[in-house]
Design a protein around this ligand. Structure first.
Ligand code: ZN
Length: 166
């Protein structure tokens, strides 16, 4: 099983690897400490101190803050309890008119606004686009991911001690 350096994993995150190297990584078994290295890199890049428990989107993480587990953006903006859909506290832009859909779709690729709208979610702290969903008009906001953090770490006792401290 190949072992990749933190530098290689860092380049993987940043999309800097050549196709040849990337293909090698994709085609081989995942090295056992990949997630641990990935977390270390994300933590080193963070401008804040809270420990990252699990990344949940490109700019979002569940972090440990005191006795709480909250969703936090790369920029430091906090969305609160990770069990509550962070999207409810995001800035939301809904593309539900011909004009708004024309800005991102061309011709026949555009969905019929009677059947589908595009919802874009942005961070109130840094304006990064955090998620995009295509749903029927009026459909409830999707809750993408509720990680079983304790279950995940229970399966990895060594990492659990390092990350959760127990
Ligand atoms: Zn942000």
């Amino acid at each position: 099983m190949p072992i990749y350096t933190k530098e290689t994993i860092s380049d993987l995150i940043d999309g800097k690897l050549s196709w040849h190297v990337l293909k090698g990584i994709m085609s081989s078994d995942k090295d056992e400490d990949r997630f641990e290295k990935y977390l270390e890199i994300l933590q080193e890049r963070a401008s804040w101190q809270e420990k990252i428990l699990v990344p949940i989107a490109e700019h979002l993480f569940v972090v440990s803050k005191g006795n709480d587990r909250i969703v936090k953006c790369e920029c430091g903006h906090e969305f609160g309890d990770y069990r509550i859909n962070w999207k409810l506290k995001a800035l939301i832009y809904v593309r539900d008119t011909e004009e708004k859909l024309d800005e991102i779709f061309e011709g026949l690729h555009k969905p019929d606004k009677r059947w589908s709208v595009i919802r874009e979610y942005y961070c109130p702290g840094c304006s990064a686009q955090l998620e995009v969903e295509a749903v029927p008009p009026g459909y409830p906001i999707l809750f993408d991911f509720l990680p079983d953090i304790d279950g995940f770490y229970d399966m990895r006792p060594k990492l659990k001690k390092k990350i959760l401290g127990k």
